[in-house]
Design a protein around this ligand. Structure first.
Ligand code: 13P
Ligand code: SF4
Length: 330
């Protein structure tokens, strides 16, 4: 396939739409390419099970950033969403970072375009900015420190009690951190389209049906959902919790991909996805994460495209708040 044809496809579709020989053993081919190109595959807990199983590392946003920081591979293949691959590139500007589909975005990242956020920030000139890692590289350039759902409380606690803070872009995580720290951070009005869909009424009905189940939730969920949760935490925290808890059944309010690791870690326990407002919508799946598949992974590794491209200026500026977070999280 010619270079211009590849570029046109990437511009239009976000991935290289190339026919694959149906006889090809994709998993074996991906492993071969990985060796040949000295690549590392990093997958988030929310992608399909087969993409988690082929990864060198599968984890939450913090774990993935930490893995990206320490890898000595020449190429990072990010099976997740765009902001995660951008973060890996910012940490490793000299390495090639590719992802299977450029259109794997995030509703939180999209909720905070840089121009609008810059206007918002200008209204609070004496505030420091904490950005949830689920935002664009551009937004990170306007940030004092980045956080993930794993370390958000620790990052907020690292500021003096009287420091004025803006938290962006997730208002639900921001609200939750305000409630556990007693702060009054100014919140940007963004949310995750998956975690906003849970129905507290349906969850309560399900809890009545399964009185032996514990309800656990990700802090991107709305307040009424968090108020009834036995445990609130990042994906890795939820995964640790189900392993330690004596309960045998869990109702889980986060993207359904995490259930794969929960079932692997605890084959004897039962995991029920928390119900959404619309039970027919499949809202427990992040449509962006689910843009990844084995075919696209193979093709992107073969062509080393689509590749994350960022200007030197953005990398230099966005690196500072990410490095601060990584330092505090060691
Ligand atoms: P964590 O990976 O920090 O649990 O966040 C979940 C998420 O929404 C990632 O997009
Ligand atoms: Fe973004 Fe939500 Fe998808 Fe995570 S689950 S990538 S926060 S839209």
């Amino acid at each position: 396939m010619e270079k211009t044809q590849i570029q046109e496809m990437l511009d239009e579709k976000g991935f290289i739409d190339e026919k694959i020989d149906p006889q090809l053993k994709l998993v074996e081919e991906i492993k071969r390419l990985k060796k040949e190109k000295n690549a590392v595959i990093l997958s988030h807990f929310y992608v399909d099970a087969e993409l988690q199983d082929i990864a060198d590392y599968v984890g939450d946003s913090l774990g993935l950033a930490q893995e990206a920081e320490k890898t000595d591979a020449d190429m990072i293949v990010f099976v997740g969403v765009h902001f995660m691959a951008e973060t890996a590139k910012i940490i490793n500007p000299s390495k090639k970072v590719i992802l299977p589909d450029l259109k794997a975005g995030c509703s939180l990242a999209e909720s905070a375009p840089i121009e609008k956020f810059a206007e918002f920030k200008a209204k609070y000139p004496d505030h420091k900015v904490i950005s949830y890692i689920n935002c664009t590289a551009d937004l990170k350039t306007l940030t004092d420190i980045v956080c993930t759902s794993s370390n958000a409380k620790k990052i907020v606690d690292s500021f003096p009690k009287d420091e004025k803070l803006i938290f962006a872009p997730d208002k639900n995580l921001g609200n939750y951190i305000n409630s556990v720290t007693g702060r009054e951070m100014v919140l940007w009005d963004g949310a995750c389209m998956v975690h906003e869909q849970y129905s507290v009424e349906k969850i309560i009905d399900l809890m009545d049906e399964h009185t032996d189940a514990e309800f656990i939730a990700h802090p991107e969920c709305e307040k009424p959902v968090l108020l009834i949760a036995k445990h609130i935490g990042s994906t890795s925290s939820l995964l640790n919790y189900v392993q330690k808890s004596e309960a045998k059944k869990f109702i889980v309010a986060t993207e359904s991909g995490i259930l794969h690791q929960m079932k692997k870690a605890c084959p004897d326990k039962i995991f029920i996805p928390a119900p959404s407002i619309d039970s027919t919508c499949g809202c427990n799946d992040c449509t962006y994460m689910k843009l990844n598949n084995l075919q696209k992974l193979y093709i992107c590794m073969k062509h080393e495209q689509p590749e994350i491209q960022l200007s030197e200026e953005v990398i230099e500026k966005a690196k500072v708040p990410i490095q601060r977070m990584l330092e505090i999280s060691r």
